[in-house]
Design a protein around this ligand. Structure first.
Ligand SMILES: NC(=O)c1ccc[n+]([C@@H]2O[C@H](COP(=O)([O-])OP(=O)(O)OC[C@H]3O[C@@H](n4cnc5c(N)ncnc54)[C@H](OP(=O)(O)O)[C@@H]3O)[C@@H](O)[C@H]2O)c1
Length: 323
């Protein structure tokens, strides 16, 4: 089968289209023919080993797992003898998580992984673009006690996690203010934001004491102004929270101001994907797709995502249905 491999950390050019053997499912696994995948910011960081700590997880000198790719949609081609919940020809979508490997024509996953049946009302491309942003936003919004009537500021509202956060916060009944640049204002309003702050013309420092939750989905919000934008006992949710000085400032803020600063890594759960599936069916969550690339153009897709300017997701078309 065709797969994208990388043998060294580096620029987009390290990603190479190659032929590898097709995997065979074990007793509890399903073999999925991948129709679409995505390039996420996580894929870019893993490819570059940025931050350096990536090397401790993926292999110090060379990446041990040679095929990247987290999200997928596809069709079940074979099932192991003990598989109970899937059958051949089921259309599915999900996340391979830290197993990676969705930049390939086939992947084998245990049936209990974060996989769900693809809703009929969405395309394979849309289905591939659900879990990274959707499950991350869901995890953090729940930590921030999202609820009806709460006021939330989503910083980076036009990105993958940002567009998911805006839609899910609206679903939970919150009043949503999105922060983005001029070119994304229309998009952020179209996915349901009640208000939009254009960060090229306005500043969140102008909104003290205004929000129950500030959710930074891109690691760009100014720490002090974000804390000040929170009401008493508010939550500052940070997807990118690795700088030790900022982690310390977060702990100090919690102790002295009663405002909680939360970082960490989102946990992807089967319950979460089933939750999102219902919203996909009802149309309350619609994945935003910026661009699509064929798998042969994976390096160009990585270059684009690396600009940090994509809107929603970048989809990789791996195969066509029926071919
Ligand atoms: N902690 C976790 O578990 C977890 C999970 C998933 C992702 N993450 C991390 O979260 C980050 C975001 O991921 P993503 O895939 O959602 O990113 P993304 O889609 O690549 O984000 C791109 C968006 O960020 C916006 N942006 C760039 N600079 C900005 C700024 N100064 N202010 C406001 N918006 C800005 C861009 O809009 P403009 O061009 O309009 O500025 C663009 O639409 C990544 O670093 C990823 O590694 C963490």
């Amino acid at each position: 089968m065709r797969a994208i491999e990388y043998n060294n950390y580096g620029g987009p050019e390290v990603l190479l289209l190659t032929e590898v053997s097709k995997p065979v499912p074990k007793e509890n696994q399903i073999l999925i023919k991948v129709i679409a995948s995505t390039v996420t910011m996580a894929d870019v960081r893993l490819r570059k080993a940025d931050p350096y700590i990536v090397k401790f997880m993926m292999g110090f000198w060379h990446p041990k797992n040679k095929t990247l790719g987290i999200e997928f949609s596809g069709i079940v081609e074979a099932v192991g003898k003990d598989v109970k919940n899937y059958k051949v020809n089921d259309e599915v979508f999900g996340s391979a998580g830290f197993k990676f490997g969705t930049y390939a024509e086939y992947i084998c996953l245990h049936e209990d992984e974060v996989i769900a049946k693809k809703p009929e009302n969405i395309s394979f491309q849309q289905a591939a673009a659900v879990t990274f942003g959707g499950l991350t936003a869901l995890h953090f919004l729940r930590l921030g006690q999202i609820d009806k009537g709460k006021k939330i500021l989503v910083y980076g509202a036009s990105g993958n996690c940002g567009t998911a956060a805006v839609q899910l916060a609206k679903y939970f009944g919150a009043e949503v203010t999105g922060v983005c640049s001029t070119g994304s204002v229309k998009l952020v309003k179209s996915i349901g934001a009640d208000k939009v702050i254009d960060y090229t013309k306005d500043d969140i420092g102008n909104y003290p004491n205004s929000f129950d939750i500030v959710f930074d989905t891109v690691g760009k919000s100014p720490f002090g102004k974000s804390v000040d934008a929170l009401k008493e006992k508010g939550y500052y949710l940070r997807l990118v929270h690795m700088n030790p000085a900022v982690v310390f400032a977060g702990i100090f803020t919690g102790l002295t101001k009663g405002k909680k600063v939360i970082g960490g890594t989102a946990v992807e759960k089967k319950e979460g994907i089933e939750f999102l599936r219902k919203l996909l069916i009802s149309g309350e969550f619609v994945p935003v797709i910026d661009r699509e690339f064929p798998i042969e153009k994976i390096s160009a897709a990585h270059s684009y995502v690396e600009t940090g300017r994509k809107k929603g997701s970048v989809v990789i078309n791996v195969a066509q249905v029926g071919k």
